[in-house]
Design a protein around this ligand. Structure first.
Ligand code: GUN
Length: 292
């Protein structure tokens, strides 16, 4: 078994981006500027947004954190988005999800200028991605493509099984793996909560990508020997013996599945760090496009 080491690959990508930023600076041009909007104080969201801002600093991007209270109305949030759309200093921005229940998430995502939509969540970018046109690709699926590509894992004609149909991971992932370009050209099955006899489907998979958020869902008897396993799950499970009060668990029973897999992502240190690296990549792309 070989580790699909997201920590290592994400460091490579961030170093490549930092080198490009150094060149941008050397030419006296404007460096990429990412803004992140956080509504409320969801613990996991605070951590993610904090990491995104910190990564910007490390690689030489400008960053702005827009922190809004839980009680922010949909109208106020839409006004803030309009402001970011029109702020020429900002190259790209994200609205951290999930949003409080009184706000219509899709309405908010629809309001983001597609050219600044570095999460790739706007319907225009999603549609362009499906049509294999140039678009922003959502950071987590984009990170998984990079993990496969940079480890030279063959995907053409392979059976890929995606577990979970979220708009930010499972659905885009299934589309990307069925596109013609490498890493894609696979035969894709998208499974979800209404799927029957899922283990019969996962056992046929050459590549399994799990994004459902159920700790240790995927067991050894559900995978084929030699399969490639990509675990997107990051669930906080209460654990009093840990100083943080919780531990992070993936969707895969790592120890037993690792015995059968050819490649497997660890959690943490697999897909998670790739997501942040690819958000940075998208922000660099947004800056370069705007500079033209
Ligand atoms: N919440 C969980 N993942 C993501 C992500 O990739 N982007 C945003 N904006 N929110 C998220």
């Amino acid at each position: 078994m070989q580790l699909l080491d997201g920590k290592k690959v994400s460091e490579e990508i961030k170093n490549e981006i930092a080198a490009e930023v150094a060149q941008i600076k050397a030419r006296g041009e404007k460096v990429p500027h990412l803004a992140a909007v956080l509504v409320g104080s969801n613990g996991a969201s605070l951590t993610y947004v904090g990491s995104k801002v910190k990564t910007c600093e490390k690689i030489g991007f400008d960053s702005t954190l827009v922190s809004l209270p839980e009680e922010t109305t949909e109208e106020e949030l839409l006004a803030k988005i309009n402001e970011l759309n029109n702020n020429d200093a900002i190259d790209g921005f994200i609205v951290q999800l999930p949003l409080p229940k009184h706000i219509d998430e899709q309405k908010v995502l629809n309001a983001v200028d597609p050219d600044k939509d570095v999460d790739g969540f706007h319907p225009e970018n999603f549609g362009r991605m499906a049509l294999e046109l140039e678009s922003f690709i959502p950071a987590t699926p984009f990170g998984i493509l990079q993990l496969l590509e940079r480890n030279k894992i063959e995907t053409k004609g392979k059976n890929v099984v995606v577990i979970g149909r979220s708009n930010i991971v499972g659905k885009p992932m299934s589309l990307l793996m069925s596109r013609k370009a490498y890493p894609g050209n696979a035969t894709v099955t998208l499974t979800h909560s209404a799927t029957q006899n899922i283990e019969a489907i996962t056992r046929e998979a050459d590549i399994v990508i799990t994004a459902l958020g159920v700790p240790e869902f995927l067991k050894a008897d559900m995978v084929k020997a030699g399969a490639v396993i990509v675990d997107v799950g990051i669930t906080r499970v209460a654990d009093e013996t840990n100083p943080k009060g919780y531990v992070i668990k993936g969707d895969v029973a790592f120890d037993e599945v690792a015995q059968k897999a050819s490649w497997i992502t660890p959690v943490p240190g697999g897909v998670g760090p790739m997501t942040i690296a690819m958000l940075m990549k998208n922000t660099l792309i947004a800056r370069e496009r705007r500079a033209k």
